[in-house]
Every structure is written in C-alpha cells, then in structure tokens.
Design a protein around this ligand. Structure first.
Ligand code: GRF
Length: 191
C-alpha cells in the first residue's frame, strides 16, 4: 500500500510565529503532514522570516477581510491552522474549510475569549480574575472569534507572583505542544 501524500497544511499568521515554528519543527520530514504555505495578515510579521528559512512559500494578504484573496492564497490546502492570526476569517472561507480550520488560543475557552482577547490582554484578564490555572485551547474556527467547537486543551498552573509575561511564557509552551499534537491527529484522520 503506497504511503498517502502528507496532508497540505496552510498556516495563517500575524505575529512572531513561535506556533508556526513549533509546527515547522514537528512536521519536518513527517509523512503525515507538511506546512505547505504560510499566509500573513501583515508584511512585517516575524513568522514570514521563519517560513522563508524553512523554504515554505509565503503570501501577505492585502485585505484579510476579502474572501476571494484569502481563498486564492489558501489554494489546495487541506487543513488550515490559525497560529497567532488576529483577523476574523470571512464566512465564505470558514464554509470552504468547515471543520478543517483550527485556531490556537492562549486561554481555557470558553473563558477569556472573543474580540480583543489576544496576547497580553488575555493573561492580564486571567490573572485579574484570580483563576488558579490557565492554559491553551485548540478549537474549530467558525464565524465568531474563539467560539468554535473545542478540540483539545492543555492546562498550566498559575504560580504566586506570576505576571502576564511569566504566565504568557508558560502558556505559550503549552500552545506549542498542544497545536503540534492536534495537527498530527487531524492529519491522520484527513490523510
Ligand atoms: C501568542 O499570544 C499566542 O498565544 C497566540 O498568538 C500569539 C503569538 O503567537 N496564539 P506566535 O508566537 O505568533 O505563534
């Protein structure tokens, strides 16, 4: 039985790309999946340099709210991963990739999600709430920020004296582990 080809993964980014880097490292030479393209909402995203270093084709969106442009950039991707992507995905794109588009969020959804809940804002809100734990969530992307079906979560402790920065660093490590695991599991099902 010949090996099926690796699942083509497209990664949407807006920032530094540490989640992208975790995927590039984990999928390098994997028979299951490969990062086939990286699409950024910003020309200055550090994630683009990471993609180029890994010889992965890149694209920068002129208008992230334009479904036609995003669909063209996604091309023949079979799985779409939002990794630090800060824009709402237009509905026609959500429909085209129904149940094949996931997002990584730096908190335990459904808490601490929704518009404006990204980066440090999330960790500040979690600490202010007095919560004793936080973590990362991977969920299906639908038409509303951070609302899609939760696929998996990884919890982290909140330590006395934690600041938004120390909590962010601990959650980010959980994100990298969780995202890699979920992408490989989905690739096994899609492949
Ligand atoms: C981080 O806050 C991460 O929690 C969220 O997006 C931000 C940047 O991630 N997913 P990355 O380093 O660009 O992957």
């Amino acid at each position: 039985m010949p090996h099926p080809l690796p699942v083509r993964v497209a990664v949407l980014v807006s920032g530094g790309g540490t989640n992208l880097q975790a995927l590039l490292d984990a999928l390098h030479d994997s028979p299951l999946a490969r990062v086939a393209r990286v699409i950024s909402s910003r020309a200055d995203a550090g994630a683009l340099a990471r993609a180029r270093r890994a010889s992965v084709p890149t694209a920068v969106l002129r208008d992230p709210s334009d479904p036609a442009e995003l669909l063209a950039a996604l091309g023949d991707a079979q799985l779409v991963v939002l990794a630090g992507y800060l824009k709402l995905v237009p509905t026609p794109v959500v429909s085209r990739f129904r149940d094949r588009m996931i997002n990584i969020h730096p908190a335990l959804l459904p808490d601490f999600g929704g518009p404006g809940m990204y980066g440090q804002h999330v960790h500040e809100a979690v600490l202010a709430s007095g919560a004793t734990e936080s973590g990362a969530t991977v969920h299906i992307v639908d038409e509303v920020f951070d609302r899609g079906k939760i696929i998996a979560q990884e919890k982290v402790r909140i330590e006395p004296g934690d600041t938004p920065d120390t909590l962010a660093a601990r959650v980010l490590e959980a994100e990298h582990r969780l995202l890699t695991r979920v992408v490989l599991e989905l690739a096994r099902r899609i492949g």
